[in-house]
Design a protein around this ligand. Sequence first.
Ligand code: SF4
Length: 280
Amino acid sequence: MKIEKAKDLGLCFGVRRAIKLLKEAVNRYGELETLGPLAHNHLLVDALTNLGVKPINHLDQVQGGILAITTHGASPAVLSEIKAHHIHIIDTTCPIVHKAQNTAKELAEAGFDVIVFGEAEHSEVQGLLGWTGDKGLAARNIKQLDSSGKSLSYLGIISQTTQTRSAFIEFARQLMTMVEPKIEEMRLVNTLCQVTQRQQEAAMRLALKSQLMVVIGGGNSANTKRLVEICSPLVETHLVETADEVDNSWLFGKQHVGITAGASTPDEAVEELVAKLKFS
Ligand code: SF4
């Protein structure tokens, strides 16, 4: 049985950069907290917790004087609240998310209603909406915009960084059709993460020539979910968080198994999966 890894997969530069910043901060200050998990992968979060980097869910849970903002970023209101409590911030916001935040802010300041194509409850999207003031709305389906109460005649469109390009284009196309009778001006800015795009394209190429795809990553990781969505229509696909979750029955009769991994999946987890499949 051939086991093949996608050409681009796994831990992205944004998460690697954040881990480096957090390790440096721990060495300098000792234990610290992150507002939410650094990324949506419990193996990664557990490894950081062992180093002294602990996630908290709300600002009122802060114990120490140092708080890290995660790769997903935060809204200006959250940043102001942290500063008001005189808490030192370690900002690990991914530069690509930071650029998307600036775009959201600039569009709102220029008078546009800002539609963020993405999952409204995701922390990155919550942060992006915060940078629009009261001019932002998140949706993954244009039907969600029907009752928005906004005029939508001056419209800015951006995307959560980890969405797929094809879904973003289709959303924008449908939105354009919906607002066309009343639109004065529309600006669409491509805020998709190119690292994620390359991983998605590599996963699709591998899925097309494999008999089974195994995606390893966090079950609540947005970019991991996109990898599953891309591979599933093409070939039998399973999502696992660790190699232990592989069911040997999936491999029966398979000659070519493909592997891809979410952008917050530790390298060791990918190698454990490769080893598990090789010796099954
Ligand atoms: S997936 Fe892209 S946007 Fe998200 S942290 Fe990694 S590099 Fe940054």
